[in-house]
Write a protein that binds this ligand. Structure first.
Ligand code: FAD
Ligand code: EPU
Length: 320
């Protein structure tokens, strides 16, 4: 999610220039590579790590007044940060308030409501649910991210998507006001929502008690299938492109003979062709050039324009 307070994300005269003018949880020129699964790219002009929703709301209001562009970073598992870095304010929700998880008791309808901060680790919550014999998140096996990022992207796959179990989402609007949305209001669709500029702060999930062994078996089935077909141990941001209606982008890229195609340190995975791996020493520009090559070759061969699933942050974010 990017709150675009200025057309090009440029700073203006109202913006504090010295880091001392921002709250103490804001640091200047902070490298972003360690905060993303691609592990490439440059720094954020400012990185903010607010501890509470109140601090976040103040920051959002200040950025709005100063017309500073604001990006929310989850686990950085669906992002490519450009080599020159990101202008504006990047916000990470990693304080304890944003990572807290409250496990409820079964209600009259049998559902257990689990309320978690947007910065909670998706894999951790999914595994804890498995251990408690709660069904609904086993489909998230093998998907890295935070709960906020997963909701924003409606993370999932052919096994299920997170939107299916989201009951409520608390968000901050770009004016700093807080609202609670029902799952239906979020408007979950294939890898998307209606959330726009809103920042997800808290999520309530509805999970169903089941035999712990049955939940565990389903989790392991999904995990094993992902491990067989995806390069889970390498530096990627998952599938680069969305699937065009009715077909798999990975299959098209594979059939175009692009597996293992390499530019600099970026390589199309030989395990799943919709994953581009950043090898040691890769630059974001290598990944960008390979993305452009894959799109050109798939368009030339099949007449299909592949649409990006990953987000590109930085100078090139309008180029692709
Ligand atoms: P980020 O990448 O940090 O951000 C993604 C978007 O969400 C950005 O627009 C960001 O601004 C926004 N965002 C993040 N947090 C918030 C918030 N609190 N409020 C508002 N906006 C926010 N995805 C799938 O759907 N299915 C898969 O099977 C899958 N497999 C993957 C496998 C691997 C190995 C990898 C590396 C990635 C995979 N992905 C998959 C992609 C990724 O895991 C998901 O998109 C995940 O939901 C991203 O979460 P994140 O916290 O890392 O979000
Ligand atoms: N295929 C190939 N070659 C490849 C990759 C796939 O021929 O290199 C074929 C497979 O053999 C299969 C078909 O394409 O017949 C579909 O493959 P797969 O089951 O891997 O599913 P996908 O459509 O490629 C989607 C999601 C994944 C998600 C999986 C499993 C998208 C863009 N991708 O992949 O999500 O993990 O289903 O549920 O929707 C992500 O979004 O980042 C992601 C990894």
């Amino acid at each position: 999610m990017t709150v675009n307070h200025t057309e090009h994300g440029q700073h203006n005269s109202a913006m504090p220039e010295a880091s001392s003018e921002w709250p103490a949880f804001v640091t200047p020129n902070e490298p972003l590579a360690p905060y993303t699964t691609y592990e490439v790219g440059g720094p954020a002009r400012w990185l903010a790590q607010p501890r509470t929703v109140g601090e976040l709301a103040n920051l959002v209001t200040r950025c709005g007044r100063a017309e500073v562009r604001l990006h929310v970073l989850g686990r950085g598992a669906n992002l490519l940060v450009c080599d020159d870095g990101v202008d504006g304010m990047v916000v990470r929700l990693n304080g304890p308030e944003f990572r807290r998880v409250n496990w409820g008791e079964p209600g009259d309808d049998g559902e257990v409501l689990v309320t978690a901060g947007a910065g909670a680790d998706l894999g951790r919550v999914a595994l804890d649910a498995v251990r408690r014999g709660l069904s609904g998140l086993e489909w998230m096996a093998g998907i890295p991210g935070t709960l906020g990022g997963a909701v924003r992207m409606n993370a999932g796959g052919r096994f299920g998507q997170i939107g299916d179990v989201v009951r409520e989402v608390s968000v901050l609007a770009s004016d700093g006001s807080e609202r609670t949305l029902s799952g239906a209001q979020v408007g979950f669709r294939y890898r998307g929502t209606n959330l726009g500029d809103a920042i997800v702060c808290r999520v309530t999930l509805g999970l169903r008690p089941d035999r712990p062994e049955a939940v565990r078996n389903r989790f392991m089935e999904v995990w094993d299938s992902k491990k067989r077909s995806q390069p889970l141990a390498e530096a990627t941001a998952g599938c680069v492109f969305k699937n065009p209606p009715g077909c798999s982008a990975g299959e098209l890229i594979d059939r175009a003979g692009l597996k293992n195609r390499r530019i600099g340190g970026a390589q199309v995975s030989d395990r799943h062709a919709n994953f581009i791996v950043a090898q040691e020493g890769a630059k974001a520009s290598d990944v960008l050039e390979l993305i452009a090559l894959v799109r050109r070759e798939v368009a030339a061969r099949f007449g299909v324009e592949l649409e990006l699933e990953i987000e590109i942050w930085g100078q090139r974010d309008r180029g692709l």
